[in-house]
Design a protein around this ligand. Structure first.
Ligand SMILES: Cc1ncc(C[n+]2csc(CCOP(=O)(O)OP(=O)(O)O)c2C)c(N)n1
Ligand SMILES: [Mg+2]
Length: 1107
């Protein structure tokens, strides 16, 4: 264990080096000090943000004095007596009640020859207070010298070798032999006495030593709540808490046997495979089971877990009870029966419902799929948990809980742990307590803790949220079980986070193929000689007569048989099925749905008027609810718009939300300052100007039977909050979940959530999400930051093939959406915003939406939409054509400018200035990805004689240019695949059906060798074409829909020019080109000074519009 021994030299408090009693007994200045201290203590107790209780030992002395005075005023010094009589001191509300077993100090054998029953002399008081201080010292820093490291190599270097001395060295109290036998009164802040009010000092020290310095190290005295501290003290100090019945011990042994047996079995069968075994920390499996057992007993019905590689397979097998054959199949290198890129076996998720045999209650267990990026899954798990709590109406987290498992190096190294911890107590993000389990093997890959962290413990990050930390030696199964039980009870009682630090070791290298002796030779020499936990525990139970050696062997043999049977079954499997590894099934969502049918997104005009009116209304009790004058003007302006049947951006967004809420769709918007909106345009939460915390949110009061709306300002974290919202969106497809970045570029601090989950989650883990990312974007002279949301990065990750023009049909648009990994758009009108948000729910599947959103456009007089563009019959426009003179007479247009986003308004202004409305057409590409090949082609054909340009305000290597350029070429040349020869490749067994929506799943099962290796297939095409169709599943569930989806993608990819192609496609090559107009490439998004920005913008507008 790496623990900084400096902790020991820290003083308890300024009082630590004094003789407390003497100090208290002094009069004059000391009295004043005492009074001040007492007053401070009162403030501390009464303040919501109390000072750390542990540091203020003063408070406890006053409290002890007060308790003593209550019992017997004569037992305290007259100064205290006078002080308490003055009623200045207020007993803290959460002060532990005086224990029944406490006795007045006068009852004790006194020092200095005083008579029993008389007022105690100063030595007696000194000694008692010193003993109390010692008790307290054990509670505060006993964990520092506890025997936590099974290898005993990383213990702190302490001065002297007596741990007891270390604990009380600061207290000017050197107990003699005689003192050791003396009875000492126990303070109300300890439970070591059980029913006894006093104990001999020897026994006190002995018990404290056992409780705090043995195999458990409890770190909790920094917690601000006395109630919580006492709760923990009681759970660890009460005599007998570590006594286990023979049945309990046998259960632990059986579970440990399975955990150990599983790793041994994998090691035997797949010796050269990476599995990130748990050896050295196998106790984690019984530990998780204990947490789940106790939590289930206390009412939890669903547990959502997030964990890294280490011990993951074991957890799936022995905690979730995922069928072993499914796990073993993952080792066989089989082809997938369904589609997707898949993932390595130690990343996959799972979802299981089963009976907990110990509690006899049904339980759901989910392990969320996660990427290699350590800890990235933490906020995702929290979001998923929060959502499940929300949908179940579990407002206090009594039914749904999360468990996060961490590695020691990752827990302290990865910042997202801290960011996630900070969500733990926020009203709209809390999951009402998470149990964190650290599989602390005292190493991270090849790096020792002393080189990987600056904190004494790997768990110190948890202290910031006042989470108790239970360190425990992983070689002591009973200590571990006790800690797990307390953790589960803690969560059920206080609904706050806590941490279990399982201190073990790693028996092998980082993975099974690594050689650990290269880097940790001494540690591994020790490990090689160290018996495993199961053997140690079995020896112990055999020695004490709880089990026999035969029983131990037979339990192990039984489990091995189970593994063998599953292994044999796995051998009969021919394919792996990704759907077996889905962590968030959406039962019923896909059933009976036409996977290519989008519900209309336009709504009745009366709905728009109703929502608009509500949204522009002050709170119903307006007479009492005073809102800011500026907001009155905002509301009045909204009302005017509704009367004129037009909408601006904020109103358009509210229309989308309100209409979805009306349809029963839960809407959740989260991000920094989203309630008002960074640009002060949204104002969803109105604040009473005179009453604190009185707010009104009109979107929550649109309709009596509407779905819940939640909008919440988040913590200042992108990584954790975006991850959280992604997790939230995974839980239920019938919700619109949106995350807004303050400015679009800040989303890059959440890059791993974007890369690892949002863009690729469906492909890797057959998991869909309709999450919306709102990214304020626009070059407006604000410098390198706050300008670009780096849309180029999102576009670069879009999975549509630039060289492939999909078959044209009525379903072109939806099929593209179906096949892509996410949607990237930049809308220029509130109506299009309205439709694209509603389309997220209208789609029969879910795709993430990356939406560049405006800043200055929020108030642009032209960026408004009439209600007619949102009412029934209207829909999202992927491309907004030119509806002016140019569009009406396209044949005479000289130039067509394609653009995306706010630059459109600058371009139209410049065109007007140059009076070129008939010569230059300006078209807006609103949905950038998937690229609207069909509409681009259609529009380009319309302007036959025109030169085509792409104009963007972003630099050439940024913005959409690099994405759209090759796609324009494909669209303009009507090409299916410009990189291919003219000969259609027809090896594929299916053709892409442009019209049918029927299902033929049977074909899918016979995926050929060549199909499964598209690149090879392409090179050595085998001319296999049966012309069968592969449309969408008529009755498909999620997996069926996805199956269908990816088959098409794959087939299309391999066989771009198919017999189902639109007539003429790919044949007529016009040879038209599109050129670029805009800023030069740049290393930064900066546009320099405001003046430079305007100069550059004008240049690009001039360039774009000149004919
Ligand atoms: C964000 C990130 N950085 C680096 C890695 C590479 N990596 C994989 S495991 C590992 C060590 C992790 O140590 P620890 O958290 O203690 O877990 P252990 O493997 O010891 O169980 C590292 C650095 C990673 N997976 N994720
Ligand atoms: Mg580690």
């Amino acid at each position: 264990m790496h623990r900084a021994h400096t902790a020991f030299s820290l003083a308890l408090s300024p009082m630590a080096h004094r003789n407390f009693a003497t100090w208290l007994l002094k009069s004059g200045t000391s009295q004043k000090l005492a009074k001040a201290t007492a007053a401070a203590a009162v403030r501390t107790y009464n303040s919501a943000a109390a000072e750390p209780f542990a540091n203020g030992s003063t408070a406890t002395y006053v409290e002890e004095m007060y308790n003593a005075w209550l019992r017997d005023p004569a037992s305290v010094h007259t100064s205290w007596d006078a002080y308490f009589r003055s009623n200045t001191y207020t007993s803290p509300p959460n002060l532990a009640p005086v224990q029944a077993n406490t006795l007045p100090l006068t009852a004790f054998n006194l020092g200095g020859g005083a008579v029993a029953g008389a007022a105690p002399d100063s030595k007696t008081i000194d000694d008692h207070l010193a003993v109390q201080a010692i008790i307290r010292s054990y509670q505060i820093r006993g964990h520092n010298i506890a025997h936590l490291d099974p290898l005993e190599i990383n213990s702190p270097e302490l001065p002297g070798n007596s741990s007891t001395k270390t604990i009380y060295a600061n207290f000017s109290f050197e107990p003699s032999e005689q003192d050791m036998e003396r009875q000492f009164k126990l303070p109300s802040t300890t439970f070591i006495g059980g029913d006894e009010a006093s104990l001999p000092l020897k026994e006190i020290l002995n018990r404290l030593e056992n409780v705090y310095c043995n195999k458990i190290g409890v770190e909790f005295m920094f917690i601000n709540s006395l109630e919580q501290c006492n709760w923990i003290r009681k759970r660890f100090e009460t005599p007998g808490v570590l006594n286990f019945s023979p049945e309990e011990k046998r259960l632990i042994l059986a579970r440990l046997t399975r955990a150990t047996g599983f790793e041994a079995f994998l090691a035997k069968k797949y010796s050269s495979e990476k599995r990130f075994g748990l050896e050295g920390c196998e106790i984690m499996i019984p530990a998780l089971k204990e947490i789940i057992d106790v939590s289930t007993e206390l009412g939890v019905e669903s547990v959502i877990m997030g964990m890294p590689h280490r011990g993951r397979l074991n957890t799936l097998a022995n905690v979730c009870r995922k069928p072993l054959n499914q796990i073993f199949t993952q080792f066989a290198g089989l082809e997938a029966a369904d589609d997707g890129s898949g993932d390595v076996k130690y990343h996959l998720g799972t979802y299981i419902e089963r009976l907990n045999r110990v509690t006899n209650k049904n339980i759901r267990l989910a392990v969320v799929a996660n990427p290699s990026h350590l800890e990235a899954v933490d906020p995702v798990v929290q979001g998923k948990t929060r959502a499940e709590q929300f949908y179940r109406g579990d407002q206090e987290g009594k039914k749904v809980m999360s468990i996060l498992i961490h590695g020691d190096a990752a827990f302290c190294g990865q910042g997202v742990v801290y960011e996630t911890m900070h969500l733990s107590d926020l009203p709209d993000y809390t999951t009402h307590g998470t149990i964190h389990v650290v599989a602390n093997n005292q190493i991270g890959f090849t790096t020792d803790p002393r080189f990987s962290r600056s904190s004494p413990y790997c768990t110190d990050v948890a202290r910031v949220v006042n989470a108790p930390i239970f360190h425990v030696n992983a070689d002591d199964p009973e200590a571990v079980m006790h800690v797990c039980k307390v953790a589960a009870e803690w969560r059920a009682t206080f609904h706050k986070d806590c941490v279990i630090d399982l201190v073990g070791y790693r028996r092998n290298g980082h993975n099974e193929i690594d050689e650990p002796m290269f880097t940790q030779p001494l540690m591994y020499q020790k490990i090689r000689k160290h018996k495993n936990c199961l053997d140690l525990y079995a020896d112990k139970l055999i020695a004490e007569g709880t089990v026999t050696g035969e029983e131990v062997k037979s339990v192990a043999a039984k489990y091995e048989n189970i593994c063998e049977e599953a292994f044999a079954l796995a051998k009969t499997e021919t394919h792996v099925k990704y759907k077996d590894w889905l962590d968030s099934p959406w039962s019923g969502f896909f059933e009976g749905k036409d996977p290519l049918k989008v519900a209309p997104t336009g709504v009745k005009e009366e709905t728009l008027i109703h929502i608009g009116n509500r949204f522009s209304m002050p709170p119903p009790n307006a007479a009492e609810f005073v809102i800011h004058k500026g907001l009155m003007r905002v509301l009045a302006a909204r009302k005017n718009m509704v009367d004129e049947k037009v909408t601006d951006w904020a109103l358009g967004e509210a229309m989308a939300f309100g209409s979805l809420l009306k349809e029963g769709i839960h809407v959740r918007l989260s991000g920094q300052d989203v309630e008002r909106g960074t640009f002060s345009h949204r104002h969803h939460v109105l604040h009473h100007q005179l009453v604190d915390k009185a707010t009104y949110n009109s979107l929550q009061h649109m309709y009596p039977d509407q779905a819940p709306y939640s909008v919440s300002n988040s913590s200042l974290s992108e990584y954790a909050v975006l991850g959280f919202e992604h997790g939230y969106s995974m839980t239920n497809p019938n919700a619109l979940v949106l995350w807004e970045a303050q400015f679009g570029d800040f989303s890059n601090t959440a890059q791993s959530i974007i890369d690892q989950f949002i863009s690729s989650g469906q492909s890797k883990w057959v998991r869909q999400s309709g999450l919306v990312m709102l990214l304020p974007h626009g070059m407006e002279g604000m410098g390198p930051e706050h300008s670009s949301c780096r849309v180029e990065r999102f576009l670069q990750m879009s999975s549509d093939d630039p060289d492939y023009f999909p078959p044209e049909s009525d379903e072109f648009a939806v099929r593209q959406l179906h096949d892509i990994n996410w949607i990237v758009a930049n809308c220029t009108t509130p109506a299009n915003l309205f439709h694209i948000l509603r389309r997220q729910i209208a789609l029969p599947f879910r795709k993430p939406l990356i939406l560049c959103t405006p800043k200055s456009l929020l108030r642009h007089p032209e960026a408004k939409s009439p209600f007619s563009e949102m009412s029934e019959g209207s829909e999202f426009q992927r491309i907004i054509p030119d509806n002016g003179p140019a569009g009406q007479n396209p044949g005479s247009v000289k130039k067509v400018v394609f653009c995306s986003g706010r630059v459109y308004y600058d371009l139209t202004k410049m065109r007007a200035e140059k009076q070129l409305e008939s010569d230059v057409a300006i078209l807006r590409v609103e949905q950038i990805s998937p690229f609207p090949f069909d509409l681009v082609k259609e529009q380009a054909n319309l302007y036959k004689n025109a030169e085509l340009v792409w104009a963007q305000e972003e630099h050439k290597n940024q913005g959409s240019w690099t994405y759209v350029q090759p796609r324009f070429l494909t669209a303009l040349n009507h090409s299916r695949d410009v990189s291919q020869s003219d000969e259609p490749m027809s090896f594929s067994k299916t053709t892409t059906n442009t019209t049918t929506t029927t299902t033929d799943h049977t074909n899918n099962e016979s995926a050929s060798e060549t199909e499964s290796k598209p690149w090879l297939s392409r090179m050595f095409a085998s001319n296999k074409s049966d012309g069968s169709t592969d449309g969408g599943p008529a009755t498909g569930d999620f997996n069926a829909a996805k199956h269908f989806d990816l088959k098409n993608v794959r087939h299309d990819f391999n066989r771009p020019a198919g017999n189902a192609a639109a007539p003429g496609a790919r044949i007529s090559k016009t040879g038209r080109k599109i050129s670029y107009t805009g800023r030069a490439a740049s290393a930064s998004t900066a546009t320099g000074s405001k003046a430079q920005h305007i100069r550059e913008l004008n240049a690009l507008l001039n360039d774009a519009i000149s004919t």
